[in-house]
Design a protein around this ligand. Structure first.
Ligand code: FE2
Length: 210
């Protein structure tokens, strides 16, 4: 069988894929706290939610099931997006390769896309959420999307570049100066990882579009 068991409550915390002291302008203290407390907490809560979900049956109150399903979606998406966020950091911030060309085709220039993405991130500053560059599988289009919480991402899309705009991602180093955090984020993007994601997403999109 090609399918793994679900609701095992055994999701693991993926370690940071770079040396936490190596980021440029984002402190070790903040990125470790973000990883261990915010992301680690989401994985722990996802496991607890899955364990609770294994107990539901036809007698379970519908509002209990609904609450657990909402928690499951929140914590699973938090896990997925945090892992994508950490994995697209640790680079030198220099954009190149297929993603640079693709962004120029989709947005006029690659710099114009960066303007869109930064503005989207700044639109979340002081609030919380995610700014995401995604490839929509059913159209093959590159979309810059906004998510006010963990459960509002674009359906049938693969995240290519993920920016965490929850205050825990920047408050400790930058206070309320969200724009300075976005500068630091861009300085640390690992574009090789984004190119790798683009390649896999395009292959999947091609299959879906026939
Ligand atoms: Fe976060």
């Amino acid at each position: 069988m090609p399918f793994s068991k679900v609701l095992t409550g055994s999701n693991n915390v993926v370690p940071l894929p770079f040396k936490p002291a190596a980021l440029n302008g984002i402190s070790e203290r903040m990125i470790v706290s973000h990883h261990d407390n915010s992301y680690g907490g989401a994985v722990k809560n996802l496991n607890r939610t899955e364990q609770e979900l294994t107990q539901i049956n036809s007698d379970t109150a519908p509002f209990v099931v609904a609450g657990l399903r909402q928690s499951e979606l929140t914590f699973r998406n938090s896990k997925t997006l945090h892992e994508a966020y950490f994995a697209n950091l640790g680079g030198n911030g220099k954009r190149s390769g297929a993603i640079d060309k693709a962004l120029a085709e989709a947005y006029g220039t690659s710099a114009r896309w960066e303007e869109h993405f930064r503005a989207t991130g700044n639109g979340l500053g002081g609030g919380s959420g995610w700014a995401i560059l995604e490839l929509e599988l059913l159209t093959g289009d590159l979309r810059t999307t906004w998510s006010g919480n963990h459960t509002q991402t674009l359906a049938t899309a693969v995240p290519l570049l993920v920016l965490d705009m929850y205050e825990h991602a920047y408050q400790m180093d930058f206070g309320a100066a969200a724009a300075r955090y976005i500068d630091a984020f861009f300085a640390n993007i690992n574009w090789d990882e984004v190119n790798h994601r683009l390649e896999r997403a395009l292959a999947a999109s091609k299959v879906l579009r026939g």
